[in-house]
Ligand binder design. Structure first.
Ligand code: PLP
Length: 364
């Protein structure tokens, strides 16, 4: 089939919103220090790796995985101190949970989120033909604009609202009283996305029993297990039970179930790594603030968003990359992110290489 008729075919068969989408792009990081994707930079201690591989030795990969992933669910429930009666839905990353939530909504539903925020809320909403509505955060501090958000809720009656807590890519925690006001005003679900909880020192988990429309989503990715793909959602039984009907039965593979269970039994190691990352976050942020023309934003996550001199972000990004460090250029998203770059906190040595690279760029 030639290209022209293949295009005719996709145009005839596929939903226009899919033809209009751009695929999620991941920059090739080969040979570069990777500070672009909020990954934990620390390797495992040698002994732990050996023990982990031993735990996989008897994994029956000829069989389907446990569809309910009972063992890993139990340890997730325990570590997150979830109430006994509160059900948990597991996903192939929290990305899959976002997809499950959105697939469950009625056609024509509205999805509400602040802007800028995690791009998958919009990407998946659009792929499913839902109406995605973004309410701009406040300039300068990326706080929620409560008045505009409540106005949008009352006007658009969203089926679901996503709030990343802390927010990506800005790194800040939204004000607690604003979040409570939004949950109370919402006619539908409110998902608090706590992907960065290991670094945040704040959570809405304790508020779960107080609301019938609140869901908390977390992931093991930013903690240090991004390659295993496991996210989870906790909330009211009546909602989670319905979502579970559209979850594919074997969405969490056997290797992931065993590996995450193993890793979480050693969660102290990841907690130590997270506190090392938080200490480095303070150092990097102070150093950024001392550089001419650079303004870092306060962060409760494992990354820092910072503003560069007007119009300079693309060349600064490129110059840092040429010195071997990959960060994230957000300037093309414009709006509040004009002139902004985002760096993930790495090891002390990686962070110093980034800071040196940036400093050199600014003095030339
Ligand atoms: C990274 C990130 C996720 C994705 O997590 P996965 O479990 O790796 O799919 C979800 N939400 C936010 C806000 C993130 O930054």
């Amino acid at each position: 089939m030639d290209t022209c008729s293949a295009n005719d075919l996709t145009g005839k068969l596929l939903r226009p919103e899919i033809l209009a989408l751009t695929a999620y792009h991941v920059t090739d990081a080969s040979g570069l220090i990777k500070l672009d994707a909020m990954e934990n930079p620390y390797p495992w201690p040698e002994g732990l790796t050996t023990e982990w591989l031993e735990s996989l030795r008897h994994c029956p990969i000829n069989r389907y995985p446990d569809p309910e992933a009972k063992a890993v669910t139990a340890i997730i429930r325990q570590l997150n101190k979830l109430p006994d009666n509160m059900p948990v839905l597991l996903g192939n990353g929290s990305d899959e949970i976002i997809q499950i939530l959105l697939m469950a909504l009625k056609p024509g539903s509205t999805v509400l989120a602040p802007e800028p925020t995690f791009v998958m809320y919009r990407q998946i909403s659009q792929s499913l033909g839902l109406n995605y509505h973004a309410v701009p955060l406040q300039a300068d501090n990326f706080a929620l604009d409560l008045t505009k958000t409540l106005e949008a809720i009352s006007r658009l009656q969203p089926g679901i609202i996503f709030l990343a807590y802390p927010n990506n890519p800005s790194g800040n925690l939204f004000a607690d009283d604003s979040i409570h006001a939004i949950i109370k005003a919402a006619p539908g679900l409110v998902v608090l996305d706590e992907a960065y909880s290991p670094f945040a020192g704040a959570s809405f988990i304790n508020a779960l029993p107080d609301y019938n429309n609140l869901l908390i989503m977390r992931t093991v990715s930013k903690l240090g297990l991004a390659g295993l793909r496991l996210g989870y959602l906790a909330g009211p039984r009546s909602i989670v039970e319905q979502l579970n009907k559209i979850r594919l039965p074997y969405n969490i593979n056997s290797l992931t179930q065993i590996s995450v269970e193993f890793a979480l039994k050693h969660s102290a190691i990841f907690e130590q790594q997270a506190s090392a990352i938080c200490a480095e976050r303070t150092r990097v942020s102070r150093h950024l603030a001392s550089l001419p023309g650079i303004t870092p934003y306060p962060s409760s996550a494992n990354f820092i968003l910072f503003k560069t001199p007007r119009g300079k972000a693309p060349e600064i990004f490129q110059a840092i990359k040429e010195q071997g460090v990959l960060i994230k250029n957000l300037a093309s998203q414009n709006g509040l992110l004009a002139d902004c770059l985002r760096v993930t906190i790495g090891t002390p040595d990686e962070n110093s290489q980034f800071l040196n690279g940036l400093e050199k760029t600014l003095t030339y």
